[in-house]
Design a protein around this ligand. Structure first.
Ligand code: ACO
Length: 402
């Protein structure tokens, strides 16, 4: 149900719109979504074409700079990213301060926040050459930080990046490689991960991107704003959903694979029981990203092994939900993260890393939105109003008389 309310203020009528369901906060030329038709385009290019024909680095350039790069522009962008993959040695010590079992998402957001302390030329949001540099630093260093957070959690040494490798290959090696061993990147695994990063690269005013814009509207720098976005993404209703899906599938497997029983429980609408990976604020027909991931899942899981039983449960859940009035009436369809967790698991990532992978993918979107917001002459500090429901004026009562 929609909760309505409004109030007259000194600036006019204030409408109450919890969750900003019908409130636009900005103009944006980055991503187009038609939720009814299941359309998603970055800078005008359909997601299906980008997923099939582009690369994550190229899509990053497209989102941030607005046009597909020429060969030379792409080469330069990729080269700059290569040159910034190393972390400052002092930043590496940062990881020692966290408990070994720390979740990698808060480790990632803390390390990204700390980039402002190492690169103080990032502090002026209107200094364009340095904004370019900070953008490249984020693209280059976030995968390194993510891999180090993982290495720390399993007690293995951190490798130095190998800059003869591309962004995704480098990340896979930093995550799964060991010092004395050569790590052979599986090209099909790298291509699939690259494609999943493309699918996650932007999604207009979602919770984390709105957070980046909101923090940035106070003219906080790119690192501080993206760090805030990472924290928003940590929530289970947003980026945390990919991990929650896998936990749900495992709990169904442990309950003798009883998918029907689980769907019945979801329909009882007990607080906190949802079919994770289903539903979307904007897509009310289907999520075009989910269709691409579903097609990719079978092949890569067959190849890498180790997720067949959970994949069967996921397919059964999807089949049950798509034929059930509860889900049909509420227009609930699989979203992008219904199948991604299964693929990440088959690749060897532990569940805690799933949302970190989402963060790496979403990075170019956050950067592009922050830059668009800073450049937009209409930007004002984000400051929503409220409809006050507290007490009217009353007089203070001394503590002895309460
Ligand atoms: N399972 C069961 N019921 C659901 C689900 C679900 N996954 N999602 C929504 N519903 C129901 C709600 O209970 C509500 O029912 P009601 O009208 O009888 O009260 C109705 O559908 C509308 O749901 P809202 O929560 O109002 O929809 P909203 O747009 O606010 O939420 C959201 C969207 C957060 C994605 C929601 O569908 C959800 O919680 N899904 C599960 C978590 C998830 O997969 N999140 C990932 C989102 S995509 C992303 O970040 C990549």
């Amino acid at each position: 149900g929609v909760r309505l309310g409004s109030m007259l203020s000194e600036t006019g009528l204030v409408t109450l719109d919890p969750g900003f369901v019908n409130t636009g906060a900005c103009r944006s030329g980055i991503t187009y979504i038609d939720g009814d038709a299941g359309i998603l385009r970055y800078r005008g290019y359909p997601i299906e074409q980008l997923a099939e024909r582009s690369t994550f680095v190229e899509v990053g350039y497209l989102l941030i700079y607005g046009e597909l790069p020429t060969r030379q522009q792409l080469g330069r962008f990729a080269e700059q990213i290569h040159r910034h993959t190393l972390l400052h040695e002092d930043l590496k010590h940062f990881f020692d301060g966290f408990p070994a079992d720390a979740h990698p998402m808060p480790v990632l957001s803390s390390a990204v926040s700390a980039l402002s302390t190492f690169y103080q030329n990032s502090l002026d949001p209107f200094d364009e050459p340095n904004v370019d540099l900070s953008s490249v630093r984020l693209m280059a260093k976030v995968p390194t930080i993510a891999a180090y957070a993982y290495k720390k959690s399993i007690g293995q040494p951190m490798l130095y990046p190998d800059n003869s490798l591309g962004l995704v290959e480098n990340f896979l090696r930093l995550t799964f490689g060991l010092p004395a061993e050569t790590y052979e990147v599986d090209p099909e695994m790298a291509r699939t991960l690259d494609m999943l990063f493309i699918l996650h690269a932007d999604h207009e005013q979602n919770c984390s991107t709105s957070t980046v814009r909101m923090v940035g509207s106070a003219q906080a720098n790119l690192f501080a704003s993206v760090s805030a976005g990472i924290n928003a993404l940590f929530g289970p209703l947003h980026g945390g959903a990919n991990a929650a899906v896998l936990e749900m599938l495992e709990s169904i497997r442990d309950d003798h694979g009883n998918a029907d029983g689980f769907v019945a429980k979801v329909k009882d609408q007990k607080p906190g029981v949802r079919l994770m990976g289903f539903g979307h604020r904007v897509y009310k027909n289907y999520d075009p990203r989910a269709a691409i991931v579903r097609d990719a899942a079978g092949g890569i899981i067959d190849k890498l092994g180790g997720g067949d039983e959970l994949l069967d449960i996921a397919r059964r859940l999807e089949e049950l939900a798509l034929g059930d009035d509860y889900f049909i009436e509420r227009k609930l369809y699989p979203n992008v993260d219904f199948y991604t967790g299964l693929i990440y698991k088959a690749m060897g990532f532990p569940t805690e890393m799933f949302t970190v992978l989402f963060a790496i993918g979403r990075l170019p979107g956050w950067i592009a939105h922050w830059r668009e917001m800073i450049d937009d002459p209409d930007t004002r500090i984000a400051r929503p109003r409220q409809v006050y429901t507290g007490p009217a004026q009353r007089d203070f009562v001394a503590i002895g008389e309460r």
